[in-house]
Design a protein around this ligand. Structure first.
Ligand code: UTP
Length: 408
């Protein structure tokens, strides 16, 4: 005689160590659809206070494919963040709580004006550094961060395809590529042909920009660059948060999908690190990595001279900044010194710089000085990093960069 036993729902729950009272009933009803891994992801979501995600789930047998797609998305979000989704939510909660009570990441730090080289376009000093920079370009790699949505711009296409010059019809991507190729040529000339390699060019894209960036490159024969010289690295998105408790936001058009957004341009560091490119560049004898953004048409007029400053002054980190009027909506490059001796030069967001200065005893806050500009120069996120020390720093965290939130 054959006897079969069918576990009751209560047995299943007890085998899985699930207390039904703590779990959303709509998820409990659908457990029969899920694999063991998916159940563990469900457990993580419940424990992290995300039960609302299941509020509108239907009974098993209805929309089951969408439920499976939901867990496939959760698995992807979980694996693409260092420490997983639980870690993402925990970090977000801490940052949002600090921000809610007005706790500044700069507490205990005193701001002062950082030192640096002031360059005036076209003068003798500028030309001296420019020449040094063109020569040094043979040791450089360029990285464009172009994964941003451009929501504030209100433009639907990718920003790098926008016109940078109306007379010639040149778009930003073309302008950048032609500038890098010109530097490559200039460097070859100045080194009398001893430098024959191609300058590497990396573009960080996201799901929002990847395909369209590739299309622009391919349909324009990479604007004269060798396709092998260009590498696209795609950043993953992160889950959107609905509130200060870091409740994950559902897509308003799909109750089985979590809304996602690009994570910010800081992802470029972990991507470069995990791709292995930094090591390849280092082993090939490169010395500098230059980061720049998607829509800055004047940038390459200053890049050679800035690289010359890095090389001449042996800067491990060089941040190219611009004149900035006081209180202008642009971050200010600032030196911060802590009473415990820590000191750093960092971008302080414009909405934080003025209160920071006032709290440090400057009654006028961020005010113009005798030059007619704020003494805190404007951050344009154009960084030149020395490759060796950069790799050393990233190795300490496996490429992860600390996040921040700045609700404005
Ligand atoms: P912005 O601060 O201009 O942000 O990015 P954004 O996302 O492009 O635009 P908004 O905020 O939606 O209006 C500065 C640079 O960082 C890149 C952008 O492409 C731009 O070059 N970026 C931004 C990324 O590469 N990834 C991101 O996740 C965000």
């Amino acid at each position: 005689m054959v006897s079969a036993t069918v576990d009751s729902e209560a047995d299943i729950l007890s085998n899985l160590n699930i207390n039904a009272g703590d779990w959303p009933s709509n998820l409990v009803k659908n457990l029969c659809l899920l694999s063991q891994d998916q159940i563990e992801l469900g457990r993580m979501l419940v424990e992290m206070g995300q039960s609302h995600l299941f509020q509108q789930w239907t009974d098993p047998g209805v929309e089951d494919d969408k439920k499976k797609a939901f867990f496939a998305q959760v698995a992807k979000l979980n694996s693409s963040y260092p420490g997983g989704l639980a870690s993402y939510m925990k970090n977000a909660r801490e940052l949002l709580a600090d921000s809610k009570v007005g706790k500044s990441p700069y507490d205990g730090f005193t701001p002062s004006v950082p030192t640096g080289e002031v360059l005036s376009f076209g003068d003798d000093n500028f030309i001296k550094y420019e020449e040094a920079g063109v020569k040094e370009a043979q040791n450089a790699a360029f990285v464009l961060v172009a994964g941003g949505l451009g929501e504030r711009l209100g433009y639907n296409g990718i920003k790098v395809a926008l016109l940078a010059e109306a007379t010639t019809g040149t778009c930003f991507l073309q302008l950048y590529i032609e500038a890098i190729l010109a530097l490559q040529e200039g460097s070859r000339r100045l080194t009398q042909g001893t430098f024959q390699k191609d300058i590497p060019f990396v573009i960080m894209t996201s799901d929002d920009t990847h395909t369209r960036t590739l299309e622009v490159l391919e349909s324009n024969s990479y604007f004269g660059m060798k396709p092998t010289q260009v590498k696209l690295l795609k950043q993953e998105k992160v889950a959107c948060l609905d509130d200060n408790d870091a409740r994950l936001a559902l897509d308003p058009h799909n109750k089985y999908q979590i809304q996602t957004k690009p994570h910010g341009h800081g992802d470029v560091h972990s991507l470069l690190y995990s791709s292995g490119l930094l090591k390849v560049w280092f082993d090939a004898g490169l010395r500098w990595v230059l980061f720049f953004q998607d829509t800055n048409g004047l940038l390459f007029k200053a890049i050679p001279a800035s690289l010359g400053v890095s090389a001449t002054k042996q800067y491990q980190v060089n941040s190219l900044a611009v004149q900035r009027t006081a209180k202008e909506a642009m971050g200010g490059i600032t030196r911060l010194t802590h009473s415990d001796g820590r000191s750093m030069v960092i971008n302080v967001e414009y909405n934080q710089l003025d209160p920071l200065l006032r709290a440090a005893g400057h009654p006028d806050g961020d005010a113009n000085c005798e030059t007619g500009y704020s003494p805190f120069p404007g951050n344009i996120n154009q960084l030149i990093l020395e490759l060796g020390p950069y790799i050393e720093e990233l190795t300490k965290t496996g490429g992860a960069i600390k996040e921040f939130v700045n609700p404005k």
